[in-house]
Design a binder for this molecule. Structure first.
Ligand SMILES: [Zn+2]
Length: 116
């Protein structure tokens, strides 16, 4: 059997702290901040750019629409935004085969680990 890989979304209480951390450090794929749920410094995000209609919102450039996963590698808490905008600064540090993508970030985390 594989190791237990139970992914869970933030609950309403965790969501606030989660958003605060991820909104504060909006500069790259890896965050140095401690996870609001377990305290580990293992937070990551990954955007999938789905079109290239660049736009500017409130002075911030975006490359187009896409999906976002945010997760902690240690406690496997995550948030997923299936329909959002990909910031102009985003460059994917590794690729994930689109056919593997699902609601939780398991395939993204696997690709991240494989690219280390
Ligand atoms: Zn955690």
């Amino acid at each position: 059997m594989n190791e237990p890989t139970v992914w869970r979304e933030t609950d309403s209480e965790e969501h606030r702290a989660w958003r605060q951390v991820f909104n504060e450090v909006w500069t790259g794929p890896d965050l140095d901040s401690p996870c609001p749920v377990c305290g580990a410094r293992a937070l990551h995000r990954w955007y999938l750019l789905e079109d290239d209609e660049a736009k500017v919102f409130r002075g911030v450039p975006f490359s187009g629409r896409g999906r976002l996963w945010e997760w902690c590698s240690v406690c496997r808490t995550f948030e997923h935004y299936p329909d959002g905008h990909v910031p102009g600064w985003w460059t994917a540090p590794y690729d994930v085969p689109p056919g593997l993508l699902r609601y939780d970030p398991a395939p993204v985390e696997e690709a991240r680990l494989a690219a280390l």
